[in-house]
Ligand binder design. Sequence first.
Ligand code: PLP
Length: 483
Amino acid sequence: IDAEEFRKHAHEMVDFIADYYRDIESFPVRSQVSPGYLKTLLPPAAPEDPEALEDVFADIQSKIIPGVTHWQSPNFFGYYPSNSSTAGFLGEMLSAGLNIVGFSWITSPAATELETIVLDWLAKLLKLPDEFLFGGNGGGVIQGTASEAVAVVLLAARTRAISENKRKGLAEAEILSKLAVYTSDQTHSCLQKGCAIAGIPLENLVIVPTDSSTNYAVSPAAMRQALEDGVKQGLLPFFLCGTVGTTSSSAVDPLSALGDIAKDFGMWFHVDAAYAGSACICPEFRHHLDGVEKADSFNMNAHKWLLTNFDCSALWVKVNHLVSALSTTPEYLRNKASDLNQVVDYKDWQIPLGRRFRSLKLWFVMRMNGASGLRSYIRNHVRLAKRFEGFVREDPRFQLLVPRTFGLICFRLKPESDDPDNGRTLNLTLLEAVNSSGRMFITHTVLSGVYTLRMAIGGPLTQDKHVDAAWKLIQEEATTLLR
Ligand code: PLP
């Protein structure tokens, strides 16, 4: 990198990004391109000779931006939010600038040590039990995504379960065919992927059904029954996953009861709070984590709803079984600090070796907002979500499908009572109408067979006027549809 050339180009890029945020509302929220659009616009091979940055910028404007769905638009209400902020961006920029690869402490002591400190800070904001903090046997680590967090704890739990069962005299092959994972039908599909990675046969992933009677939280009685049945069939249950804020509807599993069940069956208990964990920094939401003290591990995504640019998924473990499952020490990575066991080497807490300096962005976010700023940020979205929920409630053509807990509203346009597909086509058409307008973006799920619209409020730029305009558009499209 030539410092002066970098300074010039990076300033141009910052200007470009600043203009993007200034103009973000002028773009259609969901990209309106068709599959394969870019192949027709770009040459089939890389250029032989260097090109000027201005030519690249011209292509970004004319060819790339049209194919971008604007997740940072204040009118983006799909999936769950994926936040950005000036603080998060600055941390990300510094991380890219330093471009270290911090797999072991020695490779950049600040990267490891800052990560341990900011994860302790965040654990304290969430009022996690002290066992999840550094100083005891546990601690936190930043993974790229919740999927990686779940995969690594599953691998750690599997390693522990294999050695426990071997001690009881079982052969490894038998153990491997019988190890079983228990969860609910609302758990994110990343657990299924984790099982594939960990070599858990799909038939040993036991999925307990939920329904509207518990607002899609898993019933402890049903979970216990499933476990008793599994043990009778010869399964070896070793991993129980609960969720705080399920992906479809933000359901909150009864952590305390699940923790007791996991203990009774000698299982690892993991809590996935990828989305809703952020809300639990507010005292009024913290009770949703009651019972987390019984968990072996806990994850939440700061990149979803805590102003930290993607990716930043925080994972805490009480006892560090990750290291026993994932540690490797080839000669070429050995060093004095690691050999003397004086340091954390995060390579042993994750799947890849290499890792970025991701703690910088979380540190910037916590320092530049303060805990009070972060709490107000969450509260404002919850206020907006309540506002939208009120709009739905007031219009008799619509229906709320589950009570709102955080920033997600699950609703639909009510179908006629004799509608052959119970409102699926009606709501699918409504969803497509609002999304193809480019003025807003929402997504859907299915709850008890009912096609459900999801309005997830949590974008850093979203204000009352955006929520109001979104509702107005939904109402207008509904009127057109019902005409
Ligand atoms: N867990 C929950 C509860 C989620 O809502 C999501 C995504 O929305 C995930 C896991 C997967 O997240 P990631 O993209 O970080 O793997």
